[in-house]
Design a binder for this molecule. Structure first.
Ligand SMILES: [Zn+2]
Length: 482
């Protein structure tokens, strides 16, 4: 059996092409209708798409919140035809970014039907397709949707799983090229004509990293028997890794590092971006309103936990919470408020001892050490208190100075006896309270929650309001023990 062409670069042109059949009909793949879906490399498709976005002045990655500098670096690296390594902690959007890059590819491509790696009809890579286009008169084609293949960084990964199995020996023995024992594509080959996303590249065994390097750079691999097999796979290689020294993560080998552009991906830069990411990714899409002040409190808890400079208690936190903590906090507050029948989330929905905050954070932060005086729960309570303080200070600063006296007059009237924030209160009867509440409440449903945070803000900032019980406040002049 002649196997020479296995090692050849096979290129199909109109002059040497077989008949191409798509859905039972012969097609001219070089016609205007089909030309955009073959013959170009993945890098070329991405480059063209990026230039189109640049021309229109549009952001090619609208699903990524903020990260303007990182987006610029990604665009430049892709234009240069480079592979990318995202370095950053889990939960800061590395996967989302790689998926956004895949969206720059055409929605579908033309491929040789039955090919395990969806070969291009004009430039096949696998042995079976090379033979098909050279030896057969008719070759069937099919559409394949755009590909984003995640390859998890697994320390136990085998060559077979990663690259696949190729046996030159079996071909020499006369096995058919389609035979599974001759060629079984691994994860990387499945990413041919798509995006290969290596989640935790550093966790892949170093011997495999060497193979990967050979595949990316030389477009060939060496089998365990020593045969060199051409594997001209066409992909953009996007990888992610955790910051160095993070426990359990091996390093990426130098030759591989030399073939990628490293782009750091950190936490959201602003509170507003943190909130936007939280809102976009919540799983509880309906239910109680989450008013701006509670979004700020919850996002702040997470940001304080990351900020060792601003927040003393954060210095105890070794593993900082990612945006997933923010997302889950939003989900849990909405869940709690909705379960209690509140139209709008309130402070009392956090639980008497901020149980919903603990629910979202316990598994997402690690302390440097645990001790009796300051447990993880204690740290979470302190972070929550601090976030409430900061947000209450913002609410308090919204009260115009010349309105404060009148506001307190109304409050001394309405709260002369302990009042529950869940009560049905006709705020319109208290003009000065209503005026302040509508400064930040966006709808009538938010009024009770706004009233609660206003009372909490005055309590924390002036002491003129007392909290008598969970969710119950009173004007401080009232002697409620009598
Ligand atoms: Zn093929």
């Amino acid at each position: 059996m002649d196997i020479d062409y296995i090692f050849e670069d096979v290129v199909v042109k109109p002059s040497n092409a077989p008949k191409f059949i798509l859905n039972g009909e012969e097609i001219d793949i070089w016609s205007e209708e089909f030309l955009p879906y073959h013959s170009k490399s993945i890098v070329e498709y991405v480059r063209e798409a990026l230039l189109e976005y640049e021309k229109r002045g549009e952001d090619p990655f609208p699903e990524i919140v903020g990260k303007a500098v990182e987006k610029e670096m990604v665009k430049n690296a892709l234009m240069s035809g480079s592979n990318i390594l995202f370095r950053g902690r889990k939960g800061y959007g590395k996967t989302t970014f790689s998926k956004a890059i895949a969206k720059l590819l055409p929605e579908k491509l033309l491929a040789i039907k039955g090919c395990k790696i969806h070969d291009d009809p004009t430039h096949p890579t696998c042995f079976a397709c090379k033979r098909k286009v050279l030896e057969e008169d008719v070759v069937e084609l099919t559409w394949v949707p755009r590909k984003w293949i995640r390859i998890p960084g697994d320390p136990m990964m085998t060559t077979r799983q990663l690259i696949g199995g190729i046996s030159i020996q079996k071909i020499r023995e006369g096995y058919d090229l389609d035979h599974p024992e001759v060629f079984t594509p691994g994860r990387v080959l499945k990413a041919h004509r798509g995006i290969a996303y290596f989640d935790e590249l550093g966790a892949i065994p170093s011997a495999l990293q060497t193979l990967l390097h050979e595949l990316l750079e030389e477009k060939q691999i060496t089998t365990p028997e020593g045969d060199i097999v051409p594997m001209k796979i066409d992909t953009i290689f996007i990888a992610s890794t955790n910051p160095a020294n993070y426990k359990g993560v091996a390093d990426i080998k130098e030759p591989l590092m030399d073939r990628v552009e490293e782009i750091p991906i950190g936490p959201p830069e602003t509170l507003e971006e943190e909130i936007e990411i939280g809102l976009r990714n919540m799983s509880l899409r309906e239910g109680a309103i989450l008013p701006s002040w509670h979004l700020r409190i919850l996002a702040r808890i997470v940001r304080l936990a990351r900020n060792k400079n601003e927040c003393r208690i954060a210095s105890r936190i070794e593993l900082e919470p990612s945006c997933r903590a923010t997302i889950k906090l939003f989900d849990h507050l909405r869940a709690s408020a909705t379960r209690k029948g509140h139209k709008c989330a309130m402070l009392i929905d956090y639980g008497r001892n901020y149980e919903i905050v603990k629910l979202a954070l316990r598994s997402r932060i690690e302390l440097d050490y645990e001790e009796d005086e300051m447990s993880k729960d204690d740290v979470i309570v302190k972070l929550t208190e601090e976030a409430i303080n900061k947000t209450c200070a913002e609410i308090y600063s919204l009260i115009p100075r010349d309105s404060f006296g009148k506001l307190m007059e109304d409050l001394s009237d309405l709260c002369s006896e302990p009042i529950s924030v869940e009560d049905d209160i006709d705020f319109r009867r208290y003009e000065n309270i209503y005026k302040i509440l509508t400064l930040f409440a966006k709808s009538p449903e938010e009024l009770n929650s706004a009233f609660e945070i206003l009372l909490e803000a005055i309590k924390r900032c002036t002491g003129l309001i007392d909290k008598v019980d969970f969710g119950r406040y009173v004007y401080a002049g009232y002697d409620w023990e009598a």
